[in-house]
Design a protein around this ligand. Structure first.
Ligand code: G3H
Ligand code: 13P
Ligand code: NA
Ligand code: ZN
Length: 328
């Protein structure tokens, strides 16, 4: 069944688990996520980015998610719009039937210039007013996402600040977070705590607390009833980097957020964990390996099936690690 994000995250908070929110662009990703959710009995959050809408088209995405709901009627599914850059964009998604939207007012409409606090409050408040009237949940974002190690926002198109960020911008302020939630009424808040989008988060193998776990704790203590969201939560599996590079790829050394660090965040109020890059890496590794080992094969279903299996395995691992499994 289609369900709002609020309902899912309230249950996650009451029971102390987190829910991965996977980005979807094609039917293989959708199947991988649903098969994993079915096997582990997990609730699902799937999210469509601006890039996904450009690639597949909003109608295709919408009907694909509805098809998943029809095929897996026992799994609750939240249809979320990732990184909306204006109230108008969110309005369109609400009208299309999304059960949750993100108003990312931490950046201006161009998706790369950090905005003022007042601007963020204003666009987020307007989105909440509209969305709540329709029973749709809203995620806001406060702080600018970027790696604490490199000071860089990461590599996604359309969602990342330019230039090198200061530590002040890279960590959400707990008092400001409390004021933001009170002024806007958001259901969930994406915070900056040291993660960044894309595959290039850390240049060295992460050890100890690579995330600002203390900051997450402080924010959670200030706003215990607001569900926290961690963007840029891919772990960048070294096994898949190795497969990609073994079969002709050239991805330089790079590291993501260790799953154990995310689990630490979940202990302190993180309920929605955004993952896109990991499924992209698994998918690419699976295709490269299949192509190299089966040079005479040309049926796309053969290699795309490998991507479903590879992505599904990652989804299962995250559902289990975050405690999502068993909660559908
Ligand atoms: O937040 C970023 C997501 O990974 C989506 O990226 O706009 O390239 O689809 P995309
Ligand atoms: P990753 O690039 O780490 O997968 O993060 C995705 C994300 O935050 C989507 O909003
Ligand atoms: Na989001
Ligand atoms: Zn994001």
């Amino acid at each position: 069944a289609l369900i709002s994000m609020r309902q899912l995250l309230d249950h996650a908070a009451e029971n102390g688990y987190g829910i991965p929110a996977f980005n979807v662009n094609n039917v293989e990703q959708m199947r991988a996520i649903m098969e994993a959710a079915d096997k582990t009995n997990s609730p699902v959050i799937v999210q469509a980015s601006a890039g996904a809408r450009k690639y597949a088209g909003s109608n295709f995405l919408r009907h694909m998610i509805l098809a998943a709901i029809a095929e897996f009627p026992h799994i609750p599914v939240c249809m979320h719009q990732d990184h909306g850059t204006s109230p108008a964009i969110n309005q369109r998604s609400i009208a299309m039937g999304f059960s949750s939207v993100m108003m990312d007012g931490s950046l201006l409409e161009d998706g790369k210039t950090p905005s003022s606090y007042e601007y963020n409050v204003e666009v987020t408040r307007r989105t909440v007013e509209m969305a709540h009237a329709c029973g749709v949940s809203v995620e806001g974002e406060l702080g600018v996402l970027g790696s604490l190690e490199t000071g860089q926002a990461g590599e996604e198109d359309g969602v990342g600040a330019e230039g090198i960020l200061s530590e002040d911008q890279l960590l959400t302020d707990p008092n400001e977070a409390a004021d933001f939630v009170k002024s806007t009424g958001v259901d969930a808040l994406a915070i900056a705590c040291g993660t960044s989008h894309g595959a290039y988060k850390f240049t060295r193998p992460p050890t100890g607390d690579i995330l600002a776990i203390n900051r997450i704790k402080e924010i959670h203590e200030r706003i215990p009833d607001t569900h926290l969201v961690m963007h840029g939560s891919s772990s960048v599996p070294q096994e898949w980097l190795a497969v990609i590079n073994e079969f002709g790829g050239e991805i330089p050394e790079t590291y993501g957020v260790p799953v154990e660090q995310i689990v630490e965040g979940i202990k302190h109020g993180v309920r929605k964990v955004n993952i896109d890059t990991d499924l992209r890496l698994a998918s690419t590794g699976a295709v490269r390996r299949f192509m190299a080992e089966n040079p005479a094969e040309f049926d796309p279903r053969k290699y795309l099936k490998k991507t479903i299996d590879a992505m599904s395995e990652i989804c299962i691992a995250r559902y289990e690690a975050f405690g999502t499994a068993g909660n559908a």
